[in-house]
Each structure stands twice: as C-alpha cells, then as structure tokens.
Ligand binder design. Structure first.
Ligand code: GSH
Length: 196
C-alpha cells in the first residue's frame, strides 16, 4: 500500500517470536502486531487504517476509486478480506518460500477460495481489469495480493480470468520485491510447513 501511495518510506523488520523482540515491537506498534505505519506524528497500526490514511495524505495516488459507488465496492471487499476468510487464513498460511504439490484443501477453506474467486470475477468483469478496479492498482489489489501468493504456494487451480489476474499481480515490481525479500529471509518458520 505504501509503495502504491508513492511516499518514501523505510521498513523495520522485527521478529515476533521472542520476548526481547516483542518488547522492541511494542515501542513501534501498540498492538504488538505488524504492520504499523509511523509517519510524522501519526502512528497507524491496522492495515485498513493504514490504507485510509495513505489515501488521505496521497489523494492523487488513486488508492481508492474516484467514483463513490466504486469506492464503496472497493472498501467492502477490502473489509471482507480484512475481517473474513478465517478458514483460508488458518489452513493456507502465507508462506512465499514454499510450494506444496497436491495440497488437500479443507472444505471450509474451499468455500473461502470460491468466494475470493467470485469477488475477483465480479470486479474484473465490472471494471474491465487488469486490476480489480480497472487500469491502476488500488487498496483492493494490495489487500488481495497475499491471497494471490497463497494460491500460488498451495497450487490452487485458477480459471483463465483469475489466472490472468494472479499473473498481473505477480508481475508487479512491488510484488516481485516483496517475494524476493521473503525468499532472502534467513529463517524458515517451522509451523508453516505443517500440513493441516
Ligand atoms: N488487524 C490487524 C492484524 C495484524 C496482524 O495480525 N498481524 C500479524 C501478521 S499479518 C502479526 O503481527 N503477527 C505476529 C504475532 O501474532 O505475534 C491488521 O490487519 O493490521
């Protein structure tokens, strides 16, 4: 989101799995969770709040659609991503480094996957792509980018329309940088290798 906004920023990476690091993280983020954006005197520690803040300080970046109806649609799917899809999150954890062949998808996660694909279809046919709300990426593409990566990791079969969207996201320079940084991370997280 911050990359799409065009504002310059630096990233601080903190491990969340030991006591000292958690103390350090508390100084940066009140929720002891990431992400947290510190910008001037603003501290913003929730992904949706970060997106809305960025849209306010960089209104020309087009992070939300200009049309109010389209903007409401965009906020709705961002919100649905933010607070929903619990089965997908739990059983297909984000793990850019891994690739699981023949991964068995649990039926509740399958329902989440189908809902995501429906959302993509609806947006791509309404706004004509290549991004969810048309020619330029918005907050919605940033919110769904981790799902694109999860589908890639777990080998989820996509129809041609969703495959084209997935390829579009994976070809973005911002996403390539994100994936390269993840691959360069030294530590594997053992829990993520467990198959549910
Ligand atoms: N609603 C929050 C959720 C933040 C959240 O759960 N962050 C995870 C990473 S995506 C985290 O910091 N996990 C570390 C931990 O639980 O210790 C947001 O979207 O910003």
């Amino acid at each position: 989101m911050v990359k799409l906004s065009g504002i310059s920023f630096s990233e601080v990476m903190v491990a969340t799995d030991n006591v000292d690091a958690r103390a350090e993280l508390l100084l940066l983020s009140p929720s002891i969770l990431v992400p947290c954006l510190n910008h001037g005197s603003a501290k913003v520690w929730d992904t949706l709040a970060i997106g809305e803040y960025l849209n306010e300080i960089a209104p020309k970046a087009g992070l939300l659609p200009t049309n109010a109806v389209h903007r409401a649609h965009c906020r709705s799917i961002c919100g649905e991503m933010h607070s929903g899809f619990s089965a997908l999150r739990a059983s297909l954890p984000m793990n850019i480094k891994a690739h699981f062949k023949k991964f068995k998808v649990w039926s509740k996660a399958q329902l989440d996957i189908e809902r995501v694909l429906f959302i993509w279809h609806e947006c791509l046919s309404t706004y004509k792509g290549p991004y969810l709300f048309g020619k330029k990426p918005t907050l919605a593409d940033a919110m769904f980018a981790p799902v694109v990566m999860r589908f890639k990791t777990y080998g989820i079969a996509l129809d041609p329309v969703c495959q084209r969207y997935s390829d579009q996201i994976l070809s973005m320079p911002e996403i390539k940088e994100w994936m390269a940084a993840a691959i360069a991370e030294p530590d594997d997280i053992e829990e993520l290798e467990v198959e549910f």
